[in-house]
Design a protein around this ligand. Structure first.
Ligand code: ZN
Length: 177
């Protein structure tokens, strides 16, 4: 289980004799057990749980093994910059597929995102007009591609992403290893 003194993240270091070792992250753990820097690890584990912890080849050189243990081992040592690419990749290719949804890009105030179809119902005030309630009723979950985190927006804050923006993102994503 989670150690209460530090987040479960392990940094890989190479010592002066060129030995590869891991050291515990010194970050202060938040309520989920991970430090602020390594919170995306928890997001990864949540996604893994939703999918049933399958084996996923995230890049040509990296894979997450099948089973909860492998996902936890990966989350403990995956640098934040890996997860920034892994999370959108996994969500697009596995989570979306799992639920039979097609990936769709949208522009948000926080940059390009992908719709994953989650919705949050809003608490509405009964004194609001019906039109106003309709407008505010739902917020839509969007995974922001920059950091792989899901945020919720009201529909009027979203617009279709221009094709050139999507193309640029997909090209830069493919180029990344
Ligand atoms: Zn940490």
């Amino acid at each position: 289980m989670t150690n209460s003194l530090h987040s479960p993240f392990e940094r890989v270091v190479v010592d002066s004799d060129s030995h590869i070792k891991t050291t515990a992250c010194r970050g202060k753990p938040l309520t989920n057990g991970w430090c602020a820097e390594h919170q995306a690890a928890q997001t990864l584990l949540d996604v893994g749980a939703q999918l049933g912890y399958p084996r996923i080849q995230v890049t040509r050189y990296r894979a997450i093994g099948a089973g909860r243990g492998c996902w936890h081992a990966y989350a403990r040592c995956a640098p934040t910059r890996w997860l920034q690419d892994d999370l959108p990749f996994i969500r697009q290719n596995f989570l979306a597929g799992e639920r039979g949804r097609v990936m769709r890009y949208v522009q948000t105030p926080d940059g390009l995102g992908s719709l994953i179809g989650n919705r949050q119902e809003q608490q509405l005030l009964s004194c609001m007009s019906e039109g106003m309630q309709e407008k505010l009723r739902y917020k839509i979950g969007v995974v922001i591609l920059n950091d792989g985190m899901e945020r919720f927006y009201s529909p009027r804050m979203l617009s279709d992403a221009p094709p050139e923006v999507i193309e640029a993102y997909e090209q830069s994503h493919e180029a990344y290893i």
